[in-house]
Design a protein around this ligand. Structure first.
Ligand SMILES: [Zn+2]
Length: 209
């Protein structure tokens, strides 16, 4: 069973997640926008971190990743479709008035259909472009849980007004790749509270079934 712990980071209150295989205590860190609070939470949980993941290349999702790599010496999985955002990290930090950050170097790509293993748990990688072109979400089919990044929020959806964003792509991603999942699937969003696929497919004001 995969247990998901949320750690809100950065002034954007981005939900970094620590994904723990309860049987083995192995853990992955997803969307580390700031390393310090995440390292503290890892210590409190007493888990064994094994890998770092990201859903996409925005500052609040990867800004703390190079520091986390330094501290833990772990491999980093990142969707290469968002490399232009990753490489623009210093400019993103400047634009939003963040302290200077280093660009993290991925060890592995995250492609549609890939499976990420954490202990005995498996996450399916689903490509969901629109908010950014390379954006992926991570689906725990067995536990009916989803790490949605900035694709779908409770009562909202990701912004599409950034460079290379597309509402048409985002709408298709949500309709054809997320709303086809079991309605009881719990959705952990990049910002704000969690929701479920069923709640959003019935009530989301931007994209409904
Ligand atoms: Zn984003």
């Amino acid at each position: 069973m995969l247990r998901i712990h949320e750690v809100p980071v950065t002034p954007f209150q981005q939900n970094c997640t620590i994904l723990v295989c309860e049987e083995t205590g192995e853990a992955a860190i997803c969307d580390c926008g700031d390393a310090q609070p995440v390292l503290e939470r890892l210590r409190q949980l007493g888990v064994k971190p094994v890998k770092i993941l990201s859903t996409h290349g925005h500052l609040d999702h990867i800004g703390g990743t190079a520091a986390l790599q330094d501290a833990l010496g772990l491999p980093f999985w990142f969707p290469s479709g968002d490399d232009f955002w990753r490489l623009a990290l210093p400019q993103q930090a400047q634009t939003y008035g963040f302290p200077a950050v280093r660009v993290p170097e991925p060890d592995h790509d995250l492609c549609d259909g890939d499976v990420v293993e954490i202990g005995h748990c498996r996450l399916d990688v689903i490509h969901c472009p629109g908010h950014t072109p390379g954006h992926v979400v991570l689906h725990d089919a067995q536990g009916k849980q989803l790490i949605a990044g900035d694709v779908l929020f409770r009562g909202s959806i990701g912004r599409t007004d950034f460079p290379r964003g597309s509402f048409k792509d985002l709408e298709r991603s949500i309709r054809e790749r997320l709303y086809v999942l079991p309605p009881e699937t719990e959705v952990h969003c990049g910002h704000g509270p969690a929701t479920t696929i069923g709640h959003e497919s019935r009530t989301n004001p931007f994209v409904r079934l």
